[in-house]
Design a binder for this molecule. Structure first.
Ligand SMILES: C[S@@+](CC[C@H](N)C(=O)[O-])C[C@H]1O[C@@H](n2cnc3c(N)ncnc32)[C@H](O)[C@@H]1O
Length: 333
């Protein structure tokens, strides 16, 4: 069967299984899927352990992607001068990070809402910025590598569903979507009083007590775990695989950044999606929260932010954390 890649327009003769998914041999966009066990019920919900989903995935709904799960597991080394480092750089260009070398990206992008570091971009300009960074992320991720993006929607008149636009942007960059986590911050969040018209149908507005963590992968769904160690416990696995997470937000004052996420957020993503010793990237690292979670879990990190003040704070925070935990010097320069 002759296939043409929509991304790079490369044409090739596909000799894999018919059904769902193949990978473009040139740019690695889109990628196959098989499993055995129970099968999708035509009525109601069946037990899903060892589920044979071939009936579900053979439906037209899934004819949009071809996946070759057996594609090579490429993992290029990260040069030592950028490994476990916080670097002050614009993440639209990550020329210093090799292709297929990073196992996970966890990040929270700027929200373009007037924080100290925000430019005043229109929606297209904002999405262009994210597209550049996430296309670079796609390049540096290993096949099967995951990308987790923490985002909140903004405004009310009208409400801007950033998560929807970011999902579209990630599809454009070539990613496969794996799921969406609702982070319920309500327990710890100072509940907003911006309710519009109080007890009146005139103009009541919803007060978001949640944010999203959007999950994607590059080219294929699974990672080869041969000779690699997972560090997630049984209880963590049961909790972290739920699509609603509950933990409090981080205090901006305490960490010296206007919009930090708590260590718990990258910690969960790292435990769920990487093996011990792998490399985690945060292209919008702020004061280095992702680095703390990486150190805590024995992973390596590459943290980038284009604001010098934040990168300096991140290094200080990391070294304080290391001193506290009596670990040796980890971040140099
Ligand atoms: C929401 S904050 C991330 C906070 C971080 N998660 C933490 O816990 O500290 C977004 C960060 O993106 C940075 N940023 C904005 N544009 C950037 C760009 N083009 N390249 C790199 N960093 C950028 C900002 O300086 C800001 O620190």
């Amino acid at each position: 069967m002759l296939l043409k890649c929509k991304n790079c327009e490369y044409e090739w003769e596909y000799k894999g299984k018919s059904g769902y998914y193949a990978t473009c041999p040139k740019c690695l966009r889109k990628v196959s899927l098989t499993s055995k066990g129970t099968s999708t019920s035509t009525f109601g919900v069946s037990k899903r352990e060892g589920h044979d989903s071939s009936f579900f995935y053979s439906r037209k709904l899934y004819h949009m992607v071809e996946i070759d799960e057996k594609m090579l597991d490429i993992e290029n080394p990260v040069p030592s001068n950028i490994l476990d480092k916080v670097l002050c750089q614009d993440s639209r260009k990550m020329d210093n990070i090799p292709d297929s070398s990073v196992h996970l990206m966890v990040t929270s992008p700027p929200y373009n809402v007037g924080k100290d570091y925000d430019e005043d971009l229109d929606l297209n300009g904002y999405l262009d910025l994210l597209k550049s960074v996430f296309s670079e992320t796609y390049r540096v991720l290993v096949p099967g590598g995951r990308a987790c993006i923490n985002i909140a929607n903004v405004g009310r008149k009208p409400y801007i569903p950033y998560h929807k636009f970011i999902i579209d942007t990630m599809f454009d960059a070539g990613f496969l979507m794996r799921g969406e986590i609702i982070w319920n911050k309500a327990a710890g969040a100072g509940v907003s009083t911006a309710w519009g018209s109080w007890c009146s149908a005139s103009n009541p507005t919803l007060r978001d007590t949640h944010e999203y963590i959007l999950i994607f992968s590059k080219s294929k769904f699974s990672r080869n775990g041969k000779n690699k160690d997972s560090t997630i416990s049984r209880d963590e696995f049961l909790e972290f695989t739920k699509s609603v997470w509950e933990f409090p937000p981080e205090s901006a004052q305490k960490v010296g950044h206007p919009a930090p996420f708590p260590v718990e957020l990258p910690y969960r993503c790292i435990q769920l999606y990487t093996f011990k010793g792998e490399v985690v990237l945060d292209p919008f690292c702020g004061v280095g929260t992702t680095a703390l979670a990486a150190i805590k879990t024995n992973r390596h990190f590459i943290c980038l932010d284009n604001n010098f003040e934040y990168t300096e704070k991140a290094k200080k925070r990391i070294n304080e954390y290391l001193a506290q935990t009596k670990m040796s010097e980890y971040v140099r320069g």
